[in-house]
Design a protein around this ligand. Sequence first.
Ligand SMILES: Nc1nc2c(c(=O)[nH]1)N[C@H]1C(S)=C(S)[C@@H](COP(=O)(O)OP(=O)(O)OC[C@H]3O[C@@H](n4cnc5c(N)ncnc54)[C@H](O)[C@@H]3O)O[C@H]1N2
Ligand code: MOO
Length: 415
Amino acid sequence: MDSCSHPSLVPLDDALEQILHQVTRLNSLPQTLSIDKALGRILAEDVVSPFDIPHADNSAMDGYAMKAEDSTASLTVIATVYAGHPFTGEVKKGECVRIMTGGEIPKGADAVIMQENANVESDNNSLYNTVSFREAASSRQNVRPKGEDIAKGACVLKKGHRLKAADIGLLASLGLSKVSVVSPLKVAVISTGDELQIPGTPLAPGQFYESNGFTSSAMLERFGVEVINLGIVRDDLEELRNAFRKADELADVVITSGGVSVGEADYSKQVVEELGQIDFWKVAIKPGKPFAFGRLPSSYFIGLPGNPVSSMVTLHQLGFPILRKLQGEQDKSRIRIKAKTTKPLRKRPGRTDFQRAIYHTDVSGQVWVQATGGQGSGLLTSMSQANCYIVLEQERGHVEQDEEVMIEPFDGFIA
Ligand SMILES: Nc1nc2c(c(=O)[nH]1)N[C@H]1C(S)=C(S)[C@@H](COP(=O)(O)OP(=O)(O)OC[C@H]3O[C@@H](n4cnc5c(N)ncnc54)[C@H](O)[C@@H]3O)O[C@H]1N2
Ligand code: MOO
């Protein structure tokens, strides 16, 4: 271990592993929702396709459908096929049908030639047009096969998947109007601290406006849980006991901010230990070192540090994986990509550093990144201006200009 490493701090990945090991999926009852209300929700069961999509072979082009082997001859156009209006007859040798994109390939035909490659030879004395082609077709040319997108019986979306816009469309294309999703977790949010004041009211000397309850609630709303914001609780043991007991009754998870460090009024951990237990404290992450995890009688406890950036970073990096596991969500690992720094970065070995930054790509495709100014854990503007983290490895020191670093673009829950 590097001499600068703090021996009691657990490296981030180990911390996550230790914490998640103690978390089990909650057995909440699934809910049935109409698909237009299910965006962002977690599937409670696999979705299996009841049929092939497309249902039948259909045309990828506006043109003519025939037997491929016939395409060098002059053919009689026996019908016009529109999408949604299949032709019930059969295409025989010497025949073709005019067909529109999406139209079902009729019996007997196996290829489509686009109309730009066709010469229509009208004959006023005949009931039908004849058509010849500038290309010879190969079998299956311009035919979108039955089941090309989804085969009957295929598992289209897996239990634990978070529904995106395309998934809602996919459910609709399967003819499903309802879907079974996991009931939202109930998450209580508490901000602790004597110095905190509610925005919209005047500040007394020494007070600060509370912001962590707002950032946490906003992130949690986006994340799709039911947020119960219990507001500010003073640094008083009895008030904290009462608030934590109430939160424990109301919620599956109690998330607090502040009071998890070593100060004389940092009571949150003490109260959790009285009512339940602290399973984990202190992770080698900057900002956010005093992050705590534990249990109250009937809920999980997540103790975020009070500094506003620390509270956001730890909710995102440690809190969200816990919530994902509780609701049985498949964890899609975070995307990290390489970038080069436009300016040097200050960093001391010992903790994985999540510096707030802006990245962009230049014309050559190179990704560049620059920190958003001061990186103090109370500087919320550094977060507000950022579109990514620069993730600097635990034992890394200062970073020079033009050095390669890993960045983590913000996902939709924090951006
Ligand atoms: N002697 C030590 N002191 C501190 C250490 C340490 O290891 N030894 N760790 C520091 C680190 S790192 C952090 S992070 C903070 C976290 O402390 P707490 O979680 O106990 O948070 P508080 O002391 O209650 O508050 C810290 C800071 O954040 C402001 N705050 C708190 N809640 C809110 C809120 N809801 N909205 C906006 N701002 C909030 C508070 O006013 C303080 O300025 O401890 C260091 N100290
Ligand atoms: O770990 Mo603290 O969040 O750096 O200020």
